[in-house]
Write a protein that binds this ligand. Structure first.
Ligand code: G6P
Length: 616
């Protein structure tokens, strides 16, 4: 949600900033803008629409730059995505330019106050108040931009990353953060700022993580961090373990296509190094003592979107293996219903980005209630893991496509590992039982590879359904969250009405939706282990078929019992029931992606969405 870039150094600032924005466009893409200094004059350009529009505008008027620049790609909150509302925003003297990610909650009263003092507003954004306040404070603070930023931040409420530059200092960019992401990239004689390391990874892999309520002064040769009162503040430095090529399309037309294909590797990487030489699981990023893990009486999983679906699947595995009651809840609802939490509750927060504001707020609430919080995240050093008691990182590598694919599969693997780890710590399973599941997990990359090798008919089928208005999805047991994920993918990418139901619930209402030719995708559980479920869903397929549905059945290869009732049969490898989502989700990702492409949609940047949503 909103991508932010800042640069100070000898390279052409405009190029560095625009290149950074390109890598952050997944965060928001309804408008974009830049500010540079040209001969000591503030020079801004901003355009509604994708980055390409801004680039075209920049190409029309070549401009020089003095070695600093800031840039922004927007996901609108206050004010429509227009040229005027795009960032940067400037003060009335055009001396200060500011870009912003987040929401300034008290902007209305601040705007009124500024207007009373004669300030002229040009946009409808909350951000513009920060530009005018910075302009005022700069005069009050003796032209010290960092001091001005600190003074402004002390007045703001809500969530924000602010980045500012001013015409009086061609070697300075200042930024501040509260509840929104911001990282510094340290270069040699140059420094970078961004919402995500992807923006500067082509220049440096040395990053500095900013803490809550900190202000950073970025110059060519220095990075100084203070709190909002000006006291030096501690920071964490780290080295990014992937390089720029990981965030490139690598010959694919879309990141999503590449990320789907990367799934076997992502799953393997997430398993790597988790099993000790003696076969025991060692999840060393877990900063929770064994005694604390043994004391847990209840688990609550919180997450949003696709991560929530991973949580729903985790519940089946954790309850089955650990016999600990496990609830799963969408993060945005969690803290508003007065949930029952205490020191014996473990909250598992699943978030690819580690920045989703709904999940972050739920984590904070859980910690206030003294629950232990374990984060499952893909982005090293992001806010949610930093604020949690423990973290298990998925190693999916950077995911740029807005719709989650490889991060979902790796979240599943991480959830299985947590379940097995808890079972191990609480002596609920024998070592050989845990090893047997670990071996099955270790086999998953191969199985996913197999699925990827057989999806050509799924693509064809998807293209044939491009004109459908509705697709329904059915599943039972872990197949139900898989069905939910399949429907979500289709909504996100193909902008189609897609809904998922627990197959058994169908007869209690939704079956009324079935009409002649309506495509219904059914995820069939394995025949082994959960034979009853399998047979029941076969009956469900017959029920919908009898009412005219066009049945698209995802079932284990060799499961001939479903063939007579399947208009289309998609085979997946036979794997243990609890692990089936790892393979069953893949054809649904391919299905949604292909159908969206057939409709001419941009699958990397679906309309109205953003990859990480940093507002509530
Ligand atoms: C956004 C994205 C979804 C994602 C959700 C949760 O809504 O569009 O694809 O699943 O956020 O994101 P997280 O980073 O917390 O997993």
């Amino acid at each position: 949600m909103c991508g932010i870039v800042g640069y100070v150094g000898p390279q052409p600032a405009l190029e560095v900033v625009v290149d950074g924005l390109k890598r952050l466009e997944y965060r928001g893409y309804d408008s974009a803008g830049v500010a540079v200094l040209a001969d000591g004059r503030m020079d801004t350009e901003k355009r509604a629409g994708k980055l390409a529009n801004l680039k075209a505008a920049l190409a029309e008027t070549p401009r020089s730059a003095d070695g600093i620049g800031i840039g922004h790609t927007r996901w609108a909150t206050h004010g429509a995505p227009t040229d005027v509302n795009a960032h940067p925003h400037v003060d009335n003297d055009n001396r200060v330019a500011v870009i912003h990610n987040g929401i300034i909650e008290n902007f209305a009263s601040l705007r009124l106050e500024l207007e009373e003092r004669g300030c002229k507003f040009t946009s409808e954004t909350d951000t513009e108040v920060a530009a005018h306040l910075l302009g005022e404070e700069l005069k009050r603070q003796g032209e010290d931009l960092a001091a001005a930023m600190r003074a402004v931040c002390r007045r703001l409420e809500g969530a924000f990353t602010l980045v500012a530059m001013y015409a009086g200092d061609p070697d300075l960019v200042v930024a501040a953060r509260r509840n929104s992401p911001l990282v510094v990239g340290r270069g040699d004689g140059e420094n970078f700022l961004a919402s995500d390391v992807a923006a500067f990874i082509a220049h440096t892999r040395d990053a500095v993580e900013l803490g809550q309520d900190q202000v950073v002064e970025l110059r060519r040769d220095s990075v100084a961090v203070t709190d909002y009162d000006g006291n030096p503040a501690p920071v964490r430095e780290y080295h990014v373990d992937w390089d720029a090529s990981a965030a490139e399309k690598g010959g694919y037309d879309y990141f999503m296509l590449k990320e789907i294909v990367e799934q076997p590797q992502a799953v393997a990487d997430t398993l790597l190094g988790r099993v000790g030489v003696d076969g025991t699981l060692t999840l060393d990023e877990m900063r929770l003592a064994p005694s604390e893990l043994r004391d847990i009486e209840k688990i609550v999983i919180i997450a949003c979107g696709t991560s929530y679906h991973a949580g729903l699947i985790a519940k089946y595995a954790i309850e089955h293996w650990c016999r600990i009651p496990c609830e799963v809840e969408v993060a945005s609802e969690f803290r508003y219903r007065d949930p029952i939490l205490n020191r014996q509750t473990m909250v598992i927060a699943i978030s690819q980005s580690g920045e989703s504001m709904d999940t972050l707020m739920a984590v904070r609430y859980a910690r206030e209630q003294r629950a232990r919080v374990l984060a499952i995240c893909n982005v090293n050093g992001s806010t949610i893991p930093r604020e949690s008691d423990g973290v298990l990182y998925t190693h999916a590598g950077p995911e740029v496509g807005v719709a989650a694919t490889k991060t979902f599969l790796t979240q599943l693997v991480a959830c299985y590992l947590v379940g097995l780890y808890l079972a191990q710590m609480r002596n609920l399973k024998f070592g050989d039982e845990i090893n047997a599941v670990i071996e099955q997990l270790a086999n998953m990359p191969q199985q996913v590879e197999k699925v990827l090798g057989t999806v050509a008919p799924v693509r064809e089928l998807a293209r044939s359904l491009a004109d459908s208005e509705t697709v329904l999805f059915l599943g039972r047991h872990v197949g139900y969250p898989v069905a939910l994920e399949g429907a979500l993918k289709l909504k996100e990418l193909a902008y189609m009405h897609a809904e998922a139901f627990a197959a058994g619930e169908l007869k209690h209402g939704p079956i009324a939706l079935i009409e002649d030719g309506l495509p219904v995708v059914v995820v069939v559980p394995s025949r082994e282990g959960r034979g009853v479920l399998h047979d029941k869903i076969v009956s469900n397929i017959q029920e919908i078929r009898a009412r005219g549905a066009r049945t698209i059945v995802i079932a284990e290869e060799g499961d001939e019992t479903v063939r007579p009732f399947a208009d289309e049969l998609i085979g997946i490898p036979a794997v243990p029931t609890l692990l089936q989502p790892v393979v069953a989700t893949v054809p649904l990702q391919v299905f949604a992606c292909e159908l969206a492409l057939a409709k001419g949609n941009d699958v990397d940047q679906p309309r109205n969405l953003a990859k990480s949503v940093t507002v509530e």
